[in-house]
Design a protein around this ligand. Structure first.
Ligand code: CP3
Length: 365
């Protein structure tokens, strides 16, 4: 692969190292190994709340950042340079893999994602391509290699990620972020066979993409099922979504790196969502961490789950909320501190700074 060679991605398979006990706190916590303090990273840690990100965005479009390995690597490292975070998540988005499938994606300024040719009927599903990630996501794979080379000497692991089949299907069908996912459910109920083919195609593409990210140097992988809790009912999740998620997690297990299952808003069926797979269960901010952990089972690691809105509150309140999450985790092995959904654009940089320092100080053992 020209793209890989050009950006110096090592040929050695990082997965081969997975059998050894990792030293990075984040990777240790993912495997429920004892740690000297609780690792912390934050969903959307590289984003619009950072002035240096906004400055770069004045000169480059969102997809230009994603499609230029040096720029994507630079954005990935922005929060790492500022805060003592324990992991870096590669800068990209869940939607660019849809471009390789033939969907015309854009990010309208201040307006969120748009797909100009959404899936409207069964026939559209069969027209979607499923090319290998090395062809369609080469820039993100190259960015992972660049970030890994930079962070390896500092002992900070790199996380790769992808969108889950349902969440991506909702964008493919709605053509944009939706409030109610009516089109998505209408398609699912009217064309159940085409729905299965669509999710199956997404499983193929996303499994290949996640495995390619691990091969490119990602030391953990996160699957985002952001609309699992809003787009479908519990019964329809079990019938139309879970089988595809289970297959995806089963395939990705071959990467030999920890996999994080983050399904937003599934409190009413957390057990079922967690049972789909993954080594670590990402908990959203709506359930108390101890109760959620008991429901997914003590044999799983968990990640979460501070309300991102708490970072907009005064320090006294923010600190109390951080302490509450840490108290509920109770110092048990297998907790990765994080927010329970992405940081919002108005988040004060100072709040992130204090959060990271406080988690480090309070959990040092
Ligand atoms: O720091 C990180 O977390 C890594 C980068 C990352 C982005 N998007 C960058 C981004 C990650 C992991 C994502 C995931 C993502 N993207 C999800 C799943 C996580 C979640 O929040 O539930 C979803 C649903 C998307 C789709 C998406 N991308 C939307 C709806 C939007 C517009 C609304 C918004 O939040 O801005 C985006 C754009 C986007 N993705 C931005 C960033 C930094 C803002 C782009 C800009 O600079 O204008």
């Amino acid at each position: 692969m020209a793209g890989r060679a050009a950006y110096g991605v090592s040929e050695a398979a990082p997965a081969a190292l997975a059998a050894e006990e990792p030293s990075a706190l984040f990777l240790r916590a993912c495997r429920r190994l004892p740690v000297e303090r609780t690792p912390v990273w934050l969903l959307r840690q590289a984003g619009r709340y950072l002035p240096e990100y906004r400055a770069l965005r004045e000169r480059h479009a969102m997809l230009e950042l994603v499609r230029t390995p040096e720029l994507a690597a630079q954005v990935t490292l922005m929060p790492i340079e500022r805060f003592a975070l324990d992991a870096a998540i590669v800068f990209s988005d869940i939607l660019p893999p849809l471009q390789g499938m033939g969907l015309d994606l854009s990010f309208a300024p201040g307006d969120g994602p748009r797909i100009a040719n959404p899936v409207a009927r069964a026939r559209d599903v069969d027209l979607l391509a499923a090319p290998p990630a090395e062809e369609t996501m080469a820039e993100t794979l190259a960015a992972i290699g660049l970030v890994r080379a930079e962070l390896e000497p500092r002992g900070i692991p790199v996380i790769g990620f992808a969108g889950a089949p349902l969440t991506l299907a909702s964008y493919a069908i709605e053509g944009r972020s939706s409030r109610d996912f009516t089109r998505t459910r209408a398609f699912m109920l009217s064309e159940p066979a085409a729905w299965r083919r669509l999710l199956q195609k997404l499983v193929t593409v996303q499994a290949d993409y996640l495995l390619a990210q691990a091969a490119a140097g990602a030391q953990a992988l996160q699957l985002f099922d952001s609309w699992a809790g809003r787009a479908v009912s519990r019964e329809d999740y079990a019938r139309f979504v879970a089988p595809h998620n289970r297959e995806l997690f089963a395939r990705v297990a071959a990467a030999g790196v920890p996999v994080i299952n983050f399904s937003l808003g599934v409190g009413a069926w957390l057990e079922e969502a967690a049972a789909c797979g993954g080594d670590v269960v990402g908990l959203d901010w709506q359930l108390p961490l101890d109760e959620a952990w008991a429901r997914v089972g003590e044999e799983r690691a968990v990640q979460g789950n501070l309300d991102p809105a708490a970072l907009l509150a005064p320090w006294r309140e923010l600190r109390a909320r951080i302490d509450d999450v840490l108290d509920r985790a109770g110092g048990r092995p297998g907790h990765v501190f994080n927010v329970g959904h992405g940081l919002v654009p108005g988040t004060p940089v100072e709040s992130v700074q204090r959060l990271v320092e406080h988690v480090r100080e309070r959990t040092s053992r």
